[in-house]
Design a protein around this ligand. Structure first.
Ligand code: ARG
Length: 216
């Protein structure tokens, strides 16, 4: 079978894995968004050590190991998660730590002078946060959040390791069935690239559009 015939024959089967890939990615990213925002609020409060205790271990250990802890480790202490839940949770918890850092550095990037100015106009602490810090921090975070989503899409391929039939796993099936691993994984790679490139490109455009004058 030549490459074109192979493409026509197997691309639809592999490509339908994109649905599962995107489903896992969207769910995990959303969990990460909520966690990240929550960790930001902790890290701006006296409970900051709690936020650090979450963010540092997550960022300092491989995602694959975190996935194994949830999927293979938890059952031995009586918590059994199915593969899909374990994947979404592992990715979501992981992304939450990175998103917390995205938000934290966005908030840190707002100059003190603005906060002082707002306070001198009589804004209370929570008003400063709501009207001065938050709107700008969100805007600064958006391109990094899009990049984080791209990372989550790529990292979701780890779910294949515990048997989730997403894009990568479908590639594995085709490779095993046809013995044409090169072609199969090239198709998988091209599909990831198409999605990730589209998002990275959008993120670059957003970055230009959302740039706040006077910030780096
Ligand atoms: N490959 C990295 C690891 O094994 C995962 C990084 C996840 N990064 C992220 N921005 N969510 O630790």
């Amino acid at each position: 079978m030549d490459f074109t015939t192979f493409l026509l024959e197997y691309t639809p089967f592999i490509a339908s894995g994109l649905l599962t890939t995107l489903e896992i990615s969207l769910l995990s990213f959303s969990i990460g968004l909520v966690l990240g925002a929550f960790m930001l609020s902790l890290s701006l409060s006296p409970l900051r050590p709690v936020a650090r205790a979450y963010v540092e271990p997550i960022r300092g250990t491989p995602l694959l190991v975190q996935l194994f802890v949830l999927y293979f480790g938890l059952p031995s202490i009586g918590v059994k998660l199915d593969a899909f839940t374990a994947s979404v949770l592992a990715l979501g918890l992981n992304s939450g730590a990175y998103q917390a850092e995205i938000f934290r550095s966005a908030v840190k990037g707002i100059p003190d002078s603005q906060i002082l100015a707002a306070e001198s106009l009589g804004f209370s602490g929570s008003q400063v946060f709501r009207y001065v810090i938050l709107p700008q921090a969100l805007r600064i975070s958006i391109p990094s959040l899009v990049n984080e989503f791209v990372t989550v899409v790529k990292e979701s391929s780890l779910a294949a390791v515990i048997g989730i039939v997403e894009l990568t796993r479908r590639g594995q099936y085709v490779a095993a069935y046809t013995y044409r691993a090169f072609e199969a994984y090239i198709i998988v790679a091209v599909l990831y690239f198409a999605v990730c490139y589209a998002f990275s490109h959008a993120s670059r455009i957003l970055e230009k559009k959302l740039r706040i004058p006077g910030y780096t």
